[in-house]
Design a binder for this molecule. Structure first.
Ligand code: GLC
Ligand code: MG
Length: 679
């Protein structure tokens, strides 16, 4: 081919023989012959250059074809029948691209945030001494936990909080830490921990560790260096002058009772301990202490842990003036002021500056939260019984993040007054005070508190689990509550003992309930009911506490109204507490009716016009009532019975009752294309 375009001249050469060309009559080859090289040569001017205008004239005869020379192309491309479609196509492409960009931006802007792992699943608390003993010494351990990971798959639980397993003299069973970077031999080795974490991650489970910043064990290296006044460690703890047998520095009391000051003979001063005397409080007014704790956070995050439950954080700072705290009863003789309930803990909890430290912890965790799916979760134990607004401060502010939530312990008080009104009151303490947009959470048991079956009675266990799993937010379940375990009857040897609620998990009806299959040792006695109340037996029984827990948890995770929809109060009386879970745009909604009272009840919800007239029970805690249909004017429940009613509606409850309804992040559902969007 000899086409040149570096001058006006054109040589068609081989192009004239383009086999792709066909003229309208189909006589292409003949036409091609007409424009032979010699013909075109005749049209050259004196210096042998062919003029473009001439060429145009000549090419009008040629039909466009693939591989045509520029002149032919230019000639045809400027004709309306080619130009117009081309321009239309061009602008169409531009418009489509812009539309695509706009749609993408809109979808991103309109999509509500996906639930993070700590929102989507309940948190299950393992007390490691009591979960599963792999080596037969009578105390549960890390390998034991690893053996039992299938339990979480069965329950559909993804987030596991393990109470402390650091090296510890075990005065407070691990809450007295001797080395924050080591595992206690009782629980295993660092390798066992790494293996457990890897096994959990491979099953999609998340591991939340206990982190104990307020204090260490008195056997911790730092305490030893502090009491001997090593210059670097001298101020790692809270020291003040006092005499060996003289008065205490002030009236502050330990959570476990009596003065929170103990004289140390080595240093000749008193040190502060808000818990046991073997748990000296760290001095968080010393920046080196904050740095030490941050290094420990990094250490475990580097290992891959998914979050921390931060222990007793409200006690981390004390007022430097160390004045006496005001007595609750000013007339009580000071020598009788011995418990935390005797004092307003104005100078020993929630001090100014505390939130800055916690926000710094959170910021450090955020550094490790950048990769998708690797968010590191932070929950604080920061419950303020008297002043709920103080507890809410641990949520952080709009501008500064703190814990993802502070534990909500209000439902632990449910057994004190089982009634529908009381249940609503406790739920509302949280919902009515939680900062807008935050995520609620609920705890109905832990290693410090009497088990539900023992405090409320067996009768209410299922109802309380139903409440826990149908309220909005993250549920926390203490090991054994999924089968309704009870406290054991052991004598408490001291005030701080919480042994009754820490007995071994009842896996099956074998010796030691399957907790220890090797020897006959268990660190605490088993509950005698283990032959009937155990995981294995309840797995086989559709009506068991375990089966119902599993059903509700699975339902919650698969139903949008339950996992991220509105929560609306509908009714509360001496017996029944009832609420709706619904999502704008979705016809399917849920009505929950739970009888926490002392009598069976017939509830009339006929005034709730958003409900259909007939209501069908999807699940009752009394299995025989599954599928029952009630008119909405007569919903029957027995004592301790809870109902999940699924219904279909076009009228949502929340728009008409905004003051009765809560949602963390509003989302609507578009049924036609099955998507959620911000609304
Ligand atoms: C927390 C723990 C409790 C422990 C205390 C001191 O309250 O839940 O078990 O004794 O802190 O660490
Ligand atoms: Mg063991």
């Amino acid at each position: 081919m000899s086409y040149r375009n570096d001058s006006d001249s054109v040589e068609l050469g081989e192009c004239t023989r383009n086999p792709g060309y066909k003229d309208a009559d189909g006589d292409g080859p003949a036409a091609r012959d007409n424009i032979s090289v010699s013909d075109s040569e005749e049209k050259r001017d004196s210096i042998g250059v062919k003029r473009l205008s001439d060429a145009r004239d000549e090419y009008t005869q040629i039909k466009p074809y693939a591989g045509m020379p520029k002149e032919v192309l230019v000639l045809y491309s400027s004709k309306a029948r080619y130009r117009v479609p081309r321009e239309i196509l061009f602008w169409l492409t531009v418009c489509c691209t812009l539309a695509l960009v706009a749609v993408t931006i809109a979808v991103i802007a309109l999509s509500p945030k996906c639930l993070s792992w700590w929102q989507a699943s309940p948190v299950y608390q393992i007390y490691p001494r009591s979960f599963k003993d792999s080596d037969g010494d009578g105390v549960g351990d890390l390998k034991g936990i690893r053996e039992k990971l299938d339990h979480f798959e069965y329950l559909n639980i993804k987030s596991i909080w393990i109470s402390p397993f650091y090296r510890s003299p075990m005065k407070d069973f691990g809450y007295d830490v001797e080395d924050f970077r080591d595992i206690d031999p009782l629980f295993g080795t660092m390798k066992d921990f790494e293996d457990l974490l890897a096994a959990m991650h491979s099953k999609g489970l998340k591991l939340i560790m206990d982190f104990i910043p307020n204090h260490t064990s008195d056997l911790h290296r730092w305490f030893n260096l502090s009491r001997t006044r090593d210059p670097h460690y001298e101020d790692y703890y809270v020291w003040t002058d006092c005499k060996p047998d003289g008065p205490k520095p002030n009236n502050w009391v330990s959570i476990f009772g009596n003065s929170s000051w103990t004289y140390d003979e080595v240093r000749g001063q008193c040190y502060l301990h808000q818990f046991l005397k073997e748990q000296p409080d760290l001095n968080f007014r010393n920046p080196d202490v904050i740095k030490e704790m941050i290094d420990i956070i990094h250490f475990w995050l580097e290992k891959g842990v998914d979050g921390f439950r931060m222990d007793a954080v409200k006690h981390m700072l004390e007022a430097p003036h160390m004045r006496d705290e005001p007595q609750v009863d000013p007339n009580k003789p000071p020598e009788l002021v011995t418990t935390e309930w005797d004092l307003h803990s104005d100078y020993t909890t929630s001090q100014v500056g505390l939130h800055d430290i916690l926000r710094e912890f959170r910021a450090q965790m955020d550094i490790y939260s950048q990769e998708p799916g690797r968010y590191r979760f932070m929950v604080t134990e920061s419950y303020d019984y008297e002043e709920v607004y103080k507890t809410m401060m641990y949520y952080g502010s709009r501008l500064e993040k703190e814990g993802d939530f502070p534990f909500n312990f209000y439902l632990l008080d449910l057994p004190h007054n089982t009634s529908g009104v009381w249940a609503k009151h406790l739920v509302h303490l949280w919902m009515g005070n939680m900062p807008k947009g935050k995520w609620p959470n609920w705890v109905v048991g832990n290693h410090d508190r009497t088990r539900i079956s023992s405090s409320a009675g067996r009768l209410y266990v299922r109802a309380i689990n139903m409440l826990l799993l149908t309220l909005p937010g993250t549920a926390t379940t203490y090991y054994g509550e999924e089968i309704g375990m009870e406290n054991i009857n052991v004598l408490k040897n001291n005030h701080a003992s919480r042994d009754p609620q820490r007995s071994p998990l009842q896996w099956n009806a074998d010796t030691n309930a399957g907790f220890n299959e090797k020897t006959n040792l268990t660190w605490l006695p088993l509950h005698p009911d283990y032959e009937t109340v155990n995981v294995e037996a309840q797995m086989k029984d559709d009506g068991s506490v375990l089966a119902q827990y599993r059903f509700l948890n699975t339902l919650r995770q698969s139903e949008l109204p339950l996992n991220r929809g509105w929560f609306c109060y509908v009714h509360a009386d001496a017996n029944v507490f009832s609420y709706i879970r619904e999502l704008d745009g979705l016809k399917r909604a849920f009505l929950i009716v739970v009888n926490f009272g002392k009598e069976s009840a017939v509830t009339d919800l006929s005034s709730v016009r958003e409900l259909p007239d007939e209501l069908k029970v999807l699940m009752s805690t009394t299995i025989a009532n599954d599928g029952k249909v009630f008119p909405k004017s007569r919903i029957q429940t027995e004592v301790g019975e809870g109902l999940v009613i699924q219904y279909s509606t076009n009228t949502r409850f929340n728009p008409n009752h905004p003051e009765e309804c809560y949602i963390s992040e509003k989302a609507c559902y578009l049924e036609t294309i099955d998507i959620l969007y911000k609304c």
